[in-house]
Design a protein around this ligand. Structure first.
Ligand code: ZN
Ligand code: ZN
Ligand code: ZN
Length: 748
């Protein structure tokens, strides 16, 4: 017939292992079209033929399965095949891979209903999943994504599971982790036993999706205290899991943007403003925020079900339930997540009263993601489960680049064309286990993405482990300054390629002439930077130890203000106080730092809020917790020779009480940083201002800066897709190095 048409369609994106082919099959069948579909190296290949082709693609786009993501579609008209009668699903074709793996996704509503339906084959089965939900990245060895390349390879499907897996119209069609209680993985203990232990105040270590977690009753002060003592974690906040948003509202002030993030299928921990007195103070001592998450796997739902005594039906899922659990990664501080049974038994027997295993292997460890809301949108504190390895799109294509990150909170980044894949959070590279995890992640991410890097990016610091291994890849290496990388990460995600002024605020990064930078104003242009100024450097008495002892920075500030008398008065109770005065006086072992993080430490200790830190960021977080209305100190800062001096503010803080001091510090610092950046912007004729660095996770500081910059008609860019802290550095390194390689080769 004359109007018979055939089109060939290539779809790229997250289209494998997410129920894409069954959806295409269904739509084609409904429209009476013939043809075929198969997975190939770049995504899926479709050919459809019929008399009504116009509605096919629009319908596909509006009826995509929940986890599918289309990045590009190309189509062309080809000659019809006259003898074709049906639409068929053809086997995958291998080739040069550029497809993607979906992150792990929480259980979907359909599976959740089946989980608690006694008539379902999957009733109370903790590993229930379908093409719309379940583990992906954490179980995948390599692509193409099929069962043999996952840790489900050892479980052979029973007949009913096989039938579901093979039926194109079934929700479990080619759901690689499909399994049931007859043929699939199992937990070592029953959920009723786990629930009784939790209710009795015990601490459990339970193997989850991406690693072992410690789980206990968050409402039991004695248990929380015991967990703190056993984990050697006296102050650092714990995150809490509740069944649903109704219960979350008992503990925190739910903001709209936070609720969207909380209920997202990635199931991150969301830090909300805490309702005081709703939980034992020990859960998040001295802070005004509390990290909350909803169940992220069927296992967690089954645990709540057992804690409630096994109610029937599924109405209880939406009702308020008083249980609140602490759920925290079980690894000892500074070590990566634990994923293997033997390691768990060895390392967790002193912490947990019982260790619960399951026999589905974890291929990739993935920690919980953590976000907070700043300026009415989420920002990542940690980007991991549910998000890694989702691509962030670069403004333009660059050569394949491997960026090795820095040192703290490390991640790596691998680019492929315009896609930048930021790894899950791996932690600080100072322990054998962390370094092993780091190497595992580098080789796994390169393998899974099928990327051979054309160049490698690393930090300027010669002593960082990440720098030391850069040459081993035997491709050109590019050394990228730490704060330049922070700001380039922000530029890359927002597509800013024009010259921009950047303000980087963090703890430490090596600057020019090996200086300890951490509060810098840079001009970014053509993948290079000019250093325009620093926060006025302050000696760091005793070196790195000052980062854990904020009182040393307060003493240093008092010394700088000529108030040595106050050092003895305020900090004389520390045996090292005299020695510190000596170091400050002689300028020995007290290298100056322009770190904004250390300035927070100085203010926090000077105001008596936190003199000694037990975790990174403690002094700043506790100081922020006191602020409700930031104030600006008149004449509180001086801008001289392009640098910002906040000593006048500190003169004022000496006599402040903690609350008014915290408000004065935050308000004045924000106003000073705004004036500093806008002066440089005006002097250089630039209107784009980039922000980066871990201090931007301070809500008060960031919101003040963003509001004031907007008011003054500057375009301010704030990191949203990658964490502003060192977890986002590798993205910036990759963007700079890839561009530098491109330029150097185009010059040859
Ligand atoms: Zn599902
Ligand atoms: Zn089965
Ligand atoms: Zn940094």
């Amino acid at each position: 017939m004359s109007d018979l048409q055939r089109i060939e369609i290539e779809v790229q994106g997250v289209v494998q292992g997410v129920g894409f082919r069954p959806t295409v099959y269904r739509i084609a069948s409904e429209l009476g079209l013939t043809g075929w579909i198969y997975n190939n190296a770049v995504g899926v290949h479709i050919e459809v033929q019929g008399h009504k082709l116009d509605s096919f693609l629009p319908r596909l786009k509006t009826q995509l399965p929940p986890l599918a993501e289309i990045e590009a579609i190309t189509q062309k008209i080809i000659p019809p095949q006259t003898d074709e009668q049906t639409f068929t699903l053809k086997p995958s074709q291998a080739g040069n891979l550029s497809a993607k793996i979906s992150p792990d996704v929480t259980v979907c509503d359909d599976c959740l209903t089946e989980l608690f339906d006694p008539a379902s084959r999957y009733y109370l089965y903790p590993f229930i999943n379908c093409t719309h939900c379940g583990p992906r990245y954490s179980i995948t060895e390599h692509l193409p994504y099929d069962r043999a390349s996952t840790s489900m390879a050892n479980f052979s499907m029973c007949e009913p599971c096989r039938l579901a897996y093979d039926a194109p119209m079934n929700r479990r069609y080619h759901a690689q982790p499909v399994a049931c209680s007859t043929c699939g993985p199992q937990f070592s203990h029953s959920f009723s036993d786990m629930a009784s232990d939790i209710l009795a105040g015990k601490i459990l270590a339970v193997k989850g999706v991406g690693g072992y977690q410690l789980i206990c009753d968050a409402t039991n002060s004695e248990t929380v205290q015991r967990l703190r003592a056993r984990k050697h974690r006296p102050q650092k906040p714990f995150a809490m899991m509740v069944l649903n948003t109704k219960r979350a509202a008992h503990f925190v002030e739910c903001q709209d943007a936070g609720m969207v993030a909380l209920t997202n299928s990635a199931r991150p921990i969301v830090c909300f403003p805490k309702k005081q007195g709703a939980l034992p103070e020990l859960v998040a001592p001295g802070l005004n925020t509390l990290g909350v998450m909803l169940p992220d796997s069927p296992m967690h739902y089954l645990l709540f079900h057992a804690l409630l005594g096994g109610p029937s039906g599924s109405d209880w899922l939406h009702q308020d339930c008083k249980q609140a659990l602490i759920v925290t990664s079980a690894n000892p501080g500074g070590c990566p997540l634990i994923k293997d049974e033997k390691e768990a038994e060895k390392r967790l027997s002193d912490i947990a009263d019982k260790i619960v295993h399951h026999n589905r292997a974890i291929v990739n460890r993935v920690d919980d993601s953590v976000v907070r809301v700043i300026d009415e949108a989420p920002v990542f504190i940690r980007r991991a489960r549910g998000l890694a390895p989702q691509a962030i799109y670069l403004p333009e294509e660059i050569p394949n680049t491997l960026a090795l990150g820095a040192h703290l909170k490390n991640t790596i980044c691998v680019t492929r064309g315009r896609e930048a894949f930021l790894s899950q959070h791996m932690g600080t590279l100072n322990k054998r286990e962390a370094i092993q995890f780091y190497h595992e992640t580098i080789s796994h991410l390169l393998k899974i993405l099928n990327v051979k890097p054309d160049c490698v990016a690393h930090d300027w610091h010669p002593d960082f482990y990440s720098t030391q291994i850069a040459a081993s890849f035997e491709v050109p290496t590019f050394s990228v300054q730490h704060h330049h990388a922070h700001l380039a990460a922000c530029a890359a995600e927002h597509g800013v390629t024009a010259p921009a002024i950047g303000i980087a605020l963090d703890g430490y990064g090596m600057g020019e002439a090996s200086a300890a930078w951490g509060g810098e104003c840079l001009k970014l242009q053509s993948m290079a930077f000019d250093h325009l100024g620093s926060l006025k450097p302050l000696p760091q008495p005793g070196g790195d130890v000052a980062a854990r002892q904020p009182w040393r920075m307060a003493a240093s500030m008092l010394h700088a203000l000529g108030r040595r008398d106050l050092i003895v008065e305020r900090f004389g109770h520390y045996p090292q106080a005299d020695a510190i005065m000596g170091l400050l006086q002689h300028g020995t072992h007290a290298l100056p730092t322009s770190s904004c993080g250390r300035l927070f430490d100085a203010a926090s200790a000077l105001l008596g809020v936190c003199e000694q830190s037990t975790y990174e960021g403690e002094a700043a977080m506790k100081l922020e917790a006191l602020v409700t209305a930031p104030q600006i100190a008149t004449n509180g800062w001086i801008i001289e020779h392009g640098n910002l001096n906040l000593q006048p503010l500190f003169e004022r803080l000496i006599d402040c009480d903690p609350v008014s001091g915290a408000e004065l510090f935050h308000g004045t610092l924000a106003a000073a940083l705004v004036q500093w950046s806008t002066q440089h912007a005006q002097a250089t004729g630039i209107s784009h201002i980039l922000l980066g660095g871990g201090c931007l996770l301070n809500q008060m500081l960031s919101e003040q800066m963003l509001t004031q910059l907007k008011r003054q008609a500057f375009t301010a860019y704030y990191p949203r897709l990658a964490p502003p802290n060192d977890g986002g550095i590798s993205l910036g390194q990759a963007w700079i190095a890839g561009n530098q390689l491109m330029r150097s080769t185009s010059c040859v």
